[in-house]
Ligand binder design. Structure first.
Ligand code: XLS
Ligand code: MG
Length: 344
């Protein structure tokens, strides 16, 4: 039934509109202000980077970090919000210039591993056991800079360290093929799932699929989702859209290719995604042109498009679909889908 899904987004999805070529165009909204809009927009979950939850954590003791995380949980409870996951932000500190777990400098690798532990402490404090790893700078600008065998093993060792550090947490690897790096080490969902098998507990390593990241890898997001679900490892999604191979756009869901969005919804809906507590997460940026007072529309709109596509999927006559498949009349099936998307 349409409407059974629960939705989440991260505070970075309400942002100032800066891009590599221009400064912010909207005021910064503090986390407290952002929390006000979640429920209004129909969202019950918040995705967090470690420093969204505990700003300036590099300068705090582990005890202070845990205390701040617990305080945030109370605030979230007060808003009726649940923390979906916490992700370590391993791409802004000077010690992560050459990557985190794959940095060539051992002191930098140590920083990344320690930051992962602090991130896990924060997850426990805000009440989630899910750690998302977007491996931003784990890759290269030139291939000769790192050894790919060693780099892969180092990423797996960092995951293993996290699994050993806290027996309750699990990892959701979020692959992306490029940006900020020229080439990333964990570019697709196949890589994300495979790396779990280099640890002693592959059952605790799954994935999060972001639509745009799959598209940037030249892959179809719905097939990536289907692949992960065949392993029981699609533990979250970041729905958005992407207009071909260019910079990571994080466009509103379905806005570049409605049929591709429909197929993501269809594969999730048919496989009962959500029934094990999985969230429908969005990772979407408002256009830079959007004015201050209407700079959260992209989130509500994407949720609405998702739910409408659920309705389209559920209104399809499955017997008719099956008959067309049996007859191998995919031209007619194509028209059936197109008409459904056109509201016919
Ligand atoms: C960036 C990623 C990032 C992750 C969380 O491209 O999508 O926002 O989802 O670290
Ligand atoms: Mg994402």
């Amino acid at each position: 039934m349409a409407g059974e899904f629960r939705f989440s987004f991260g505070p970075w999805n309400i942002h100032e509109g800066a891009d590599p070529f221009g400064p912010p165009v909207r005021d910064t909204i503090a986390l407290a202000g952002k929390l006000e809009v979640y429920k209004q927009l129909g969202f019950d979950g918040i995705q967090l980077h470690d420093d969204d939850a505990v700003p300036d954590l590099n300068n705090l003791s582990p005890e202070q970090i845990s205390a701040q995380a617990k305080a945030l949980k109370k605030t979230l409870d007060g808003h009726g919000l649940a923390a979906e996951f916490v992700a370590p932000r391993l791409w802004e500190d000077p010690r992560t210039i050459d990557g985190g777990f794959t940095a060539n400098d051992p002191a930098c690798r140590e920083y990344a591993r320690d930051r992962l532990k602090r991130c896990i402490d924060i997850a426990r404090g805000v009440g989630t056991t899910d750690i998302v790893l977007w491996l931003a700078r784990e890759g290269t600008y030139i291939r000769e800079a790192k050894d790919p065998v060693l780099a892969t093993k180092r990423i797996a060792e960092a995951i293993q360290m996290g699994l050993d550090y806290d027996a309750d947490i699990r990892f959701l690897v979020e692959p992306k093929p490029n940006e900020p790096m020229d080439v990333a080490y964990i570019p697709t969902i196949g890589h994300a799932l495979a790396i779990g098998y280099l640890t002693s507990e592959p059952d605790r390593v799954g994935c999060l699929i972001e639509s745009a990241h799959a598209i940037l890898a030249g892959l179809d997001p719905s097939d990536e989702m289907g692949f992960a679900m065949a392993f029981g490892k699609l533990w979250s999604v970041h729905l958005n859209d992407q207009n071909s191979l260019k910079y990571d756009q994080d466009k509103a869901f379905g806005s570049a290719n409605l049929r591709r969005a429909f197929n993501q919804v269809r594969v999730l809906d048919l496989a009962d995604y959500g029934t094990n507590g999985e969230w429908v997460g969005l990772d979407i940026k408002a256009m830079r042109t959007q004015k201050e007072d209407v700079a959260t529309k992209h989130l509500g709109n994407s949720r609405e498009v998702f739910l409408k596509l659920v309705e389209v999927n559920q209104s399809l006559d499955q017997a008719q679909v099956d008959a067309l498949i049996a007859a191998r009349d995919y031209e007619e099936l194509d028209l059936l889908i197109m008409n459904s998307l056109l509201g016919d």
